[in-house]
Design a protein around this ligand. Structure first.
Ligand code: NAD
Ligand code: DAU
Length: 338
């Protein structure tokens, strides 16, 4: 059985991935996470047992700890998700994005080289391609890199570093670029959980600008299955796009959430637009389909309905995230036992 190090495994996508790997039982997992504001060990409640799934509280900028973890746990493969991930925060302050997303990825690459890790899956984003016009064809892996926000620029820089390590040092790495995820355990600074929780709490639903921006939504389970296909079957040095084939205008998504929650449509407000707001993302995932055998399973309508139901059914998780209590979960439940 191989051991996979999952950086950022206490975040939204990482925790869904850890759960799905633990459920399948094919790999041992070591979660490596700094527990920034976006990391929440409650996302992994009932999952960490110190054997099939272990947890290391650490920052990827701490090269010594990364090295010790790889050595101690005899890591075979890395799925690298740890990142600063929110565009609005990168507009407010870009430095943490360069530190974690660029310098942190470099530390991970150096460590995998030193310890002969056999595969590195670098989890990137469709935002590196920039924005599409309404009639443009969806992004393919050959679309030019043209990032808009500091977040997207930092992810693009990390992608190029990964490719440079494949070419220069011959490490084995694949890059994945996925569109907008939604699903359980997503921190409510992102569009769908923010709108869902606000709707359930009868608070305003703050749409940026005209709300006609388009995102290609994918259920997090489908992204996670793509990452596992990339781990098993991806070719080193290649990029694979994943998308949900579900382009929707932001306003249409808010309206669906209003319907699913029974909220008052008058809660929808139009505020100041995001700076340099990308107008449209759309993904052509033909390569992942043909080479990896990957296909998304969720329709957006079913996925969104299930997701809204999940937030309704988990008032404790939502309450802890809203109040900030989630930040002490690690001290309360794990710190002394691991
Ligand atoms: P998230 O913000 O929910 O989670 C990020 C996790 O990384 C958190 O647990 C956080 O504590 C951890 N982290 C941050 N800085 C760290 C550091 N220096 N050292 C160790 N851990 C650190 O993010 P997410 O939405 O789950 O995204 C995960 C990855 O997937 C990111 O790389 C992101 O760029 C990429 N991605 C996200 C989406 C999306 O729609 N959310 C789409 C495509 C790609
Ligand atoms: O495309 C993949 C990317 O998707 C990931 O790489 C990022 O990590 C992830 O955060 C996401 O980026 P976006 O900027 O597209 O997601 P966000 O949820 O922040 O916003 C989605 C859309 O909704 C976007 O057009 C901005 C708009 N929006 C967002 C918020 C938070 C609003 O209108 N109001 C809001 O309050």
């Amino acid at each position: 059985m191989s051991t996979v190090l999952i950086t950022g495994g206490a975040g939204f996508i990482g925790s869904n991935l850890v759960r799905s790997i633990a459920h399948a039982g094919q790999h041992r997992v070591v979660v490596f996470d700094a527990l920034t504001y976006a990391g929440n060990l409650e996302n992994l409640a009932g999952c960490i047992d110190g054997s099939a799934v272990s947890f290391v509280h650490g920052n990827i900028l701490d090269a010594d700890l990364v090295h010790r973890t790889m050595e101690l746990h005899r890591i075979d493969a890395v799925i690298h998700l740890a990142a600063e991930s929110h565009v609005d925060r990168s507009i407010a302050s870009a430095a943490p994005f360069v530190e974690t997303n660029v310098a942190g990825t470099l530390i991970m690459l150096e460590a995998m080289r030193t310890f002969g890790v056999s595969r590195f899956v670098h989890v990137s984003t469709d935002e590196v391609y920039g924005s599409l016009e309404p009639t443009d064809a969806p992004f393919t892996e050959r679309s030019p890199i043209n990032p808009t926000s500091p977040y997207a620029a930092s992810k693009a820089a990390s992608d190029l570093l990964v490719l440079s390590f494949v070419r220069t040092h011959g490490v084995d790495a694949v890059i994945t670029r996925c569109s907008n995820n939604y699903g359980p355990y997503q921190f409510p600074e992102k569009f769908i959980p923010l709108m869902t929780l606000n709707a359930l709490e009868k608070r305003p639903l703050p749409v940026y600008g005209d709300g006609k921006q388009i995102r290609d939504w994918i259920h997090v389970d489908d992204h996670c299955s793509g990452l596992l296909f990339a781990l098993e079957k991806g070719r080193s040095g290649e990029v694979y796009n994943f998308g949900g084939a579900a382009e929707r205008k932001n306003l249409a998504v808010v309206n669906e959430i209003v319907q699913l929650t029974g909220a008052d449509p008058a809660l929808i407000t139009h505020g100041t637009d995001r700076k340099a707001h990308d107008r449209r993302y759309a993904i052509d995932a033909t390569k992942a389909h043909n080479e990896l055998g990957w296909t998304p399973m969720w329709s957006f309508e079913e996925g969104l309905k299930y997701t809204v139901e999940w937030y309704k059914a988990h008032p404790e998780w939502c309450g802890h995230v809203r109040s900030g209590e989630y930040r002490s979960y690690y001290e309360q439940h794990y710190k002394t036992s691991l």
